[in-house]
Structure formats: C-alpha cells, structure tokens
Design a protein around this ligand. Sequence first.
Ligand code: DIG
Ligand code: MN
Ligand code: MN
Length: 402
Amino acid sequence: MTTSQSPELAHQLASDQYAPKKEDKFSFGLWTVGNRGRDPFGDFVRPELSPLRSVQKLAELGAWGINLHDNDLVPFDASPTERDRIVADFKKALSDYGMVVPMATTNLFFHPIFKDGAFTSVDPAVRAFALQKTMRSIDLGAELGAATYVFWGGREGVDAEASKDPVTAIKRMRDALNFLCQYAIDNGYTMRFALEPKPNEPRSDTYFPTIGHMLAFIYTLDHPDMVGLNPEVAHEHMAGLNFVHGVAQALEAGKLFHIDLNDQKGPRFDQDFRFGSESIKAAFFLVKLLEEHGYAGPRHFDAHSYRTEDEQGVWDFALGCMRTYNMFKEKARHFNADAEIQAILQELNGGDQSYGGLLSGYSKETVQKLKETTFNVEQLALRGYRYERLDQLTVEVILGVR
Ligand code: DIG
Ligand code: MN
Ligand code: MN
C-alpha cells in the first residue's frame, strides 16, 4: 500500500482479479481525471488537479500511461523557460511513478482563436498558427516518448453552412496533415498519427464525422501508412452507429492505432461516461473484439467522472473504467468456454462444406460451377438460426448467471 492509498482501495487493488496491472496498458488523459466538471450550464465543481498528482494517483490505481494535450501540461502562454521546467518536472514524476506517455495531441479547440476551427478555419492566419502550435506540440509528444499523435478536429466544421466550401475544407485538412506528416518524418519522429472522428459538438456539424469518413480520407494523404484512427465509443454512438463494427473495419484495415474508451447513452451530447457504465452488451463485444483480434495498443479512457463527484469520485471513476474492462475480458473468456454457446456457433459456422470450393475467390471454373449449381432455395429459406438462444446465453454470461 502506498502512503496516500486508502486501506480499502489498497485491499481492492491487491486482492481482486480485476485489479488493473501495467500489462493491461490502461491509460488516461490529463484532461480526463483533471476534468473540473464545467458544462454549458454550470461552472467548475472541482478544483484544478495538478498533472503531477494525476501521475501519482493513476500509478497507484494500476494505470500504465498518461496522455496529454500540449496545454494540459504547458500553459498556452508559457515562456520557453517555463515550458522546459514544467516538462522536466513532469518527466521526473513519470519516472518516479513508473508511468509512460503513450499518446499526445494538440489543443486546437479551447482558445478563442480556434472558434472557427484550426486547419479548416477560413482565416489563413489561424490555419498557419494551428500548424505552428501543432509542430511544437508534436515536439513535446516526441520528447515524452509518445508513440501515437492524435488529431481530433473538435472545431473543424460549420455552424453556418454558407461559411465554407466543404471541398475546400477537406483539402485544407489534407494539406495540414500532409505538412505535419512530413514534419514528423523530417525530424526522425517514429510516432504514428491517429485521426479521431466525431459527428458534431461543439460545432453543429464536424468534417470527417465517423470512422468510415476518416478511413476514406486517410488513403488520400501523402503518407497514408503513418496515419490511422483513434475512434471513440461515444462519438460513433452519437452518430447512431455500431462502434464495434466501426472498430472492426479499422482493425481489419490495420488502421486501429489507438482507441478512446468511454460510454454513451445513445445519440445525444457527448457524455464521455465511465467505460462500461451504459451500453453493457456493446462494451462486452468491444472488449471481446479487441482482445481476440490482438489489438496491442493502449486501452485509453477518454472519459470523465460525473459532475456530481469530488476528487475521490474521480478516482472511483478511473478505477471503475479499468476494472470493468477487465471484467468484460473475463466474461469473454466465459463466453468462449461455454459449451452450449460454442456448440451453436460451431453449427452456425460449420455450415455445408460442399460450397467451400465456390467461395474461395474468382476463377472461370468457379463461375461455371456457380452457374451450374442448383440451390434448394425453399429449404435454405426455412432455416432457423437460433440467434434468440445464442443472444439469451450471451446475456446470461454477461449477467453472470452462467
Ligand atoms: C475528445 O474526444 C478528444 C480530445 O479529448 C482529445 O483531443 C482526443 C484524444 O483522446 N479526444
Ligand atoms: Mn467524447
Ligand atoms: Mn476522444
């Protein structure tokens, strides 16, 4: 037990199979545990949390990494000397508490200068300043050892559609990313860029709103190999989409470079809830997908505690994110070990092998065989797939009654 750890927390961490461990690669942003609870209708409810305290407390809880926007650590108007001192102190805390910085990003949304966006702003001075700020922030991320650099285009969008030509906006975003990819390459940085989609908020409509939009955009860049995705649970849910399917497409394309885990109660404002606190079944299948398809990246919780919480509530939130992830991992193991579930899946996917030769790619012979094959359409149409039983068993595994 460390000096500042409560006895009950120490007991929970030490004795529980779900207790977070370094090898789980759980990470949080400084802005997540440091969220002070302000919302559009209410002021701050929590005092500032120093980055050094966040490092210490997250390390005590079993987290592995801590991420940051440039200004989460270095104030917007800090002098180079102040910047270097702050970074040195942060590095010492990381070393003292055995924490790493897996990801860094730029705050291109909080300062009023970015009120019309950054890379897609109509004002060329703002676009140029955004490049300058991002280069400095990339330097900071590289100095801290970040392997991934995230771009969330928080204000890259419109309120008044008349304000921007969307084709021009897309070209401006591409120009910025091409410029910054080249900057990273020319500086010998090995970090990879991860683009984070969100459909809206704080702008009425955001460019590149979903995983699909971002995937298509990546392949139009000069250096597509170094650019992937950082999808967020809440953001795809805001668009009414199936996050597991979006992540599967990114995974299958080799583009899941990072992930923002949290939760959301369906299409509404971005709630950034504790992971696994709302969409239980979706969270279960997400963890199952990540674990079974060998996702090796950070399990990053881009979330924050309820506005009702004090600092203890923030740590309850952080521990809950990590433990719940590990609980879903355990449930996925139960699912895979459940004989009845596996028998149904075997029957579903075993299938009639006689069609195997017709479904293994194109050839003139296959074309001929397919055209000559007689299908018993009526019988095929009558098949029952037993998905009701399969889903019931899934729910019973998640509820812990199997
Ligand atoms: C919001 O979902 C964004 C910002 O918190 C940050 O830029 C990014 C990194 O996770 N997510
Ligand atoms: Mn969010
Ligand atoms: Mn995010």
